[in-house]
Structure formats: structure tokens, C-alpha cells
Design a protein around this ligand. Structure first.
Ligand code: HEM
Length: 475
């Protein structure tokens, strides 16, 4: 048994070298996910802040809304851990937005936010890109929507918008590159888990068990991603001239050419990581949320009917739907909020690094402690939600049917590290959901196994594989 720092958050005792790693792995397997294992341990030790040691790292998980809020908005929790695995994720050295901190993170995050906004992010041009994607989706459904795996089918939409903003090109659904990119991200997410995977704790495993440890997989995914983005960066460099600014890569190259103190963060390698961060952040989170939303419509046909009744009240066959219309559709918004609460795709957020010795809920957290955020527990805490285990969109409506948002639902986090893609994700989810349900009834495709509604665990939760039959509605 290893001695803990004084007043460290409660948790199981630590074994020499491995700490709680084998215990957490075993429990996660038994309960069906790391988020469930962490909640289980928190209950067992009757604590809102759980203290573990995973390999050589102190790892603390936070469970209640007020404490999570404090973590998300306090500067001393804004760091990211620096370990072998996060470096491997960043192709060797911590770069980009998601894994960096301090000046580099600030410079790149601000640059990306500012230039995406100038390219139309969060504004009409972005909405137009999504509407174009929806047109493609509706064309495919019109041809044959009898048997479709929904999250895979919708994933290209958000990916394509990000792609257009970054490269200036529309990616075609017929293009193999899109499938290739999706496959790469799917493979990648399999190789990761939120505490960093076995490789974080035992980096030497890469020499002895490169296949088993996931090292070879991550290396090959990294190489493919880098080759893909470098191809576009090289083409952009050839086509660049002063003032050229129609996509993020051109704007980045312009910044590379200015010789300021910050130019050390504007290199090809940083740019590759920024692109990867945007794709990783956006691709699976958004399409899996939609996958859950349509699954709820299949499992609760009476909710689907009410959604369509509200849509029909406001739109006919030809009227166009805009994101600003969401205020007219409170029931639809309530269904989407409840889907996000009930089947939130990021059960454990972070990891964050404590940048100086600090305290949380009266416990001591030494500098460099890793902090994980249990969004899962906020969304399932009976203190926050009545009968949280029940899917009930009405909880977000008042007696008059007006929307009743709840500050405890924070799917895009809070504070300076909150999600960069929030507005894109919200637009895609709303517009796709409404456009499809206005034109189609969704039901289980014949032969598809009836879904249980239970999520499949991973770094992001996903809906079980189900197939949908889209039946055209008479409008
Ligand atoms: C339903 C969809 C989405 C959900 C639920 C989601 C959730 C989150 C959360 C909770 C964080 C904060 C992590 C932390 O506090 O450490 C985050 C960060 C981030 N998200 Fe999203 N996200 C979504 C969509 C997107 C999209 C579409 C993009 C890209 C366009 C994106 C890009 C990012 C990036 C780059 C970060 C890192 C921010 C930083 O470390 O400063 N996300 N996201």
C-alpha cells in the first residue's frame, strides 16, 4: 500500500507502481464503462471528489454540478496533462488546441475562433453549408431510405462543414477520402480512453507489445492523418499570395509569413494538429448525438409524433428552416436537450491538469494532478433531475409548453476551455433533426435488432448499431 498526500480526496488504497489501474480497468469492464466504474467508486467512498492513482499519476474525478462548475471556470484547472499518450495523440509533441495550455493554447485557440468566425462560423454562411449538406442527405433518402445506419449516414455532414472551412473545398460523399477519414477517426477512438490508455502508464509497452498496446494503430492513424492534411497544406502553400484568405489554411499560412513572436506556434506541424483537433472534436460527438436523437424517436413513437406536429404547425413542404427558428419549436428543443442529458456522448470530460497546488471541496490537490469531469453524473444526479433514468422531454418545458432551459445541462462545458465547435454542433443537430422529421417518419428497418437504448461505452458513448427505415410523409 502506497502513502497518499495528506488530505488527498478519498478513494481505494494504492498498490505499488500500478496504483488503482488494474482495479479501475476491471471495474470498467464489469460495469460497462469507465464513467460507471468511477461513479461506483465515488459512491463506495461516499465522496464528490474521488482520488485515485493510475500508474504514477494522481487522478481525481469530480462528480457534482457546483464542483464541476468551479473546476471548469477556475484558471488553476485549465491545464492539460503532459504524458506520453497525449504526446502520441499530437504526433510526437503537444501541439494544437485540445492538448496544449498556456500561451500556445491561448494563441491558437484565439486564432482559430477569430478566423472561423470571419469565415462565417456561427453565421449565415455556415448555416448555408449545413443546408447544402442536408440537401445531399435528402436526395439520398429520396432514392432509398429503407435501411440506413443513421449516425454513420449523418457523420459526413459536420465533417464536411469543418472540411470546407479548413480547406475551402466541399468534400464529396462519393469521394473515398471522406470514408477514409471517417474510418481513421473510428479506429483512433478505439485506441484511446480518457485516462490515456495503458500506454500512458507503461510507455515502454510500445517496444514489447506494439500491437496489443495500440501503439502501432495510433502510429499508423497518425501517419495517415498527417499525410492527408500535409497534402492540402502543400497545395495551399503553392497557391498562396498575400491577401488570400478564403479558408483557414490560407489564413494560417498568412500568419506563418508574419514574423512575430507568436510565429513559433504557426508551423506545418501545429497546423496539422489544429485540423486534427477540429475534426476529432466535431465528428463523432455530433453524429452520435444525432444517432441517439433518432434512436429516441424510434423507441418513443409518441414523442416523434409530437415533434412532427409542432414542425407541421410552422412549416409547409417548401418553407425553409433556419436555426433561429428553434424558438418557435420549444417541444423539439426540449427533445434535443433531453436526448443530450439522457444520452450525453462525453461521459467523462477533460483531462485537465492542476497548474498549482490547490484545494477542491476541502481536499488537497497537488500541482500536476489530473482532473476528470463526470458529466455523466451531473446528468444522472437525482438532486438535479427528477427520475433521471427516464427519457422525459417535458422536464425542459413549463406548464405553457415554453422552453425551460436548465443551467445544470452543460454539454459544451463552461469557461475558457469550453467547446470551440458548440455553435456548429447545435446548428447541425437542430437543422438535420427538424428537416428529416418534417419529411420522414423514422422506424426500425425490417430485420434490424430491436435496440435496448443502452449506450456503448468508449471515449465517447455511442448508440448501439441500429438501422432505420425512413418513410416519406405526405405533406
Ligand atoms: C455534440 C457535439 C459536441 C460536444 C458534446 C462537445 C463537447 C465538448 C466539451 C465538453 C469540451 C470541453 C472539454 C474540456 O473542458 O476539457 C469540448 C472541447 C472542444 N471541442 Fe467540442 N463538442 C462537440 C462538438 C464539437 C465540434 C463540432 C467541434 C469542432 C468544430 C469541437 C471542437 C472542440 C475543441 C477543439 C475542443 C477543445 C477546446 C480546448 O481545449 O480549448 N467540438 N467539446
Amino acid at each position: 500500500q502506497v502513502k497518499k498526500p495528506p488530505n488527498f480526496p478519498p478513494g481505494p488504497y494504492w498498490l505499488p507502481f500500478v496504483g488503482n489501474l488494474p482495479q479501475l480497468k476491471k471495474l470498467s469492464k464489469k460495469l460497462g464503462g469507465q464513467h460507471l466504474a468511477l461513479s461506483h467508486l465515488a459512491k463506495e467512498y461516499n465522496t464528490n471528489v474521488l482520488g485515485l492513482k493510475l500508474g504514477k499519476d494522481y487522478v481525481v474525478t469530480v462528480f457534482t454540478y457546483p464542483l464541476i462548475r468551479d473546476v471548469l471556470i477556475s484558471e488553476e484547472f485549465e491545464g492539460r496533462p503532459d504524458n506520453f499518450f497525449l504526446r502520441l495523440r499530437c504526433m510526437g509533441q503537444k501541439r494544437g488546441i485540445t492538448c496544449t495550455e498556456g500561451e500556445e493554447w491561448n494563441t491558437l485557440r484565439n486564432f482559430v475562433n477569430r478566423h472561423l468566425r470571419n469565415l462565417g462560423f456561427g453565421k449565415k454562411p455556415m448555416e448555408k453549408m449545413i443546408q447544402d449538406e442536408i440537401c445531399d442527405i435528402l436526395t439520398i433518402l429520396k432514392k432509398d431510405g429503407s435501411d440506413i445506419q443513421v449516425d454513420k449516414f449523418l457523420a459526413p455532414c459536420v465533417l464536411s462543414v469543418i472540411w470546407t472551412l479548413i480547406t475551402g473545398e466541399k468534400i464529396s460523399r462519393e469521394n473515398n477520402q471522406l470514408d477514409e477519414l471517417l474510418d481513421l477517426f473510428n479506429l483512433r477512438s478505439k485506441a484511446f480512453d480518457m485516462t490515456g490508455g495503458t500506454l500512458t502508464q507503461y510507455p515502454w509497452l510500445r517496444y514489447f507489445l506494439p500491437e496489443w498496446s495500440g501503439f502501432n494503430l495510433i502510429k499508423s492513424v497518425n501517419t495517415s492523418l498527417k499525410n492527408l492534411f500535409m497534402k492540402y497544406i502543400r497545395e495551399h502553400k503553392d497557391g498562396w499570395f498575400e491577401g488570400r484568405n478564403e479558408d483557414l489554411i490560407y489564413r494560417y499560412i498568412s500568419e506563418m509569413k508574419t514574423n512575430t513572436e507568436a510565429s513559433k506556434y504557426f508551423t506545418d506541424d501545429h497546423l496539422v494538429m489544429v485540423c486534427v483537433d477540429l475534426f476529432i472534436g466535431g465528428a463523432q460527438t455530433t453524429s452520435r448525438t444525432l444517432g441517439f436523437a433518432f434512436l429516441m424517436m424510434i423507441m418513443y413513437p409518441e414523442v416523434q409524433k409530437k415533434v412532427q406536429e409542432q414542425i407541421d404547425k410552422h412549416y409547409d413542404k417548401n418553407s425553409s428552416i433556419e436555426y433561429s427558428d428553434r424558438y418557435k419549436l420549444p417541444y423539439v428543443e426540449a427533445v434535443l436537450l433531453e436526448t443530450i442529458r439522457y444520452r450525453y456522448v462525453v461521459p467523462i470530460g477533460g483531462p485537465r491538469r492542476v497548474t498549482k497546488n490547490t484545494t477542491l471541496d476541502g481536499y488537497y490537490l497537488p500541482k500536476n494532478t489530473t482532473v476528470l469531469i463526470s458529466f455523466y453524473s451531473i446528468n444522472n444526479d437525482p438532486e438535479n433531475w427528477q427520475n433521471p433514468e427516464i427519457f422525459n422531454p417535458e422536464r425542459f418545458l413549463d406548464e405553457k409548453g415554453s422552453l425551460l432551459p436548465d443551467e445544470k445541462l452543460i454539454p459544451f462545458a463552461l469557461g475558457r476551455r469550453r467547446c470551440v465547435g458548440e455553435i456548429l454542433a447545435k446548428n447541425c443537430i437542430f437543422l438535420l433533426f427538424v428537416e428529416i422529421l418534417r419529411r420522414y417518419n423514422v422506424s426500425l428497418a425490417p430485420g434490424s435488432k430491436p435496440p435496448t437504448g443502452k449506450p456503448i461505452a468508449g471515449i465517447t458513448l455511442s448508440p448501439e448499431s441500429y438501422r432505420v427505415k425512413f418513410t416519406e410523409r405526405s405533406l
